[in-house]
Design a protein around this ligand. Structure first.
Ligand code: ZN
Length: 186
């Protein structure tokens, strides 16, 4: 592990059953699974912390459920990470109730304890939870990298608009999985 690699963490957002195959199936989900898997394998061998941030909604309470159909209820199979990308021992798992993985969660505390200053965001949905998490990371001073072949949205237009927004407004670096791996994550 190089000295620089310890400052990076990968945050896997909402790669859960309800978004990949279930109630709120996202068209862009299936094609990113392999790329994320490759990235996670590389991250594990490089000693880069892996943090899963998963929707875990409370029925009848969560504001998000007034906008979207019911999905990812806490404790249900729909809120579990898909089989292909299951967390392993040593990974961190955070439950969230809003788009941003920072809002109302211990993510910022965890990142500080891990002495992380750079986040690689992967998962779903490019222009919703990824974009909102990227914004909250930017507000807190983190450097954000988004491998565009590891995030997906309902449509190509939604995906592109999220990528463009994060690049222009939050200064995110837009990368690709293989590029990140081959350059050693920095
Ligand atoms: Zn949700």
């Amino acid at each position: 592990m190089g000295a620089s690699s310890v400052k990076t963490a990968i945050v896997v957002i909402d790669m859960i059953n309800d978004f990949v195959t279930g109630k709120l199936k996202c068209n862009g989900a299936s094609k990113i699974i392999t790329n994320i898997g490759r990235l996670l394998e590389s991250a594990r061998s490089a000693g880069i912390p892996i943090i899963y941030a998963n929707d875990a909604h409370l029925p009848g309470i969560d504001g998000e459920l007034k906008i979207w159909p019911e999905h990812a209820l806490a404790g249900t199979e729909g809120a579990e990470v898909v089989e292909e990308l299951k967390p392993l021992r040593g990974d961190y798992i955070i439950q969230k109730r809003r788009y941003s993985a920072f809002f109302g969660t211990c993510l910022d505390l965890l990142l500080r304890e891990l002495e992380v200053d750079t986040l690689v965001l992967v998962g779903l949905v490019t222009n919703v939870c990824i974009q909102n998490t990227a914004g909250d990371a930017f507000f807190r001073g983190y450097r954000v990298i988004v491998p565009e072949d590891c995030v997906g949205a309902a449509s190509e237009e939604d995906h592109r608009s999220g990528i463009d927004y994060m690049r222009k407004i939050y200064g995110c670096e837009i990368a690709r999985a293989e590029g990140l791996i081959s350059r050693g994550w920095v």
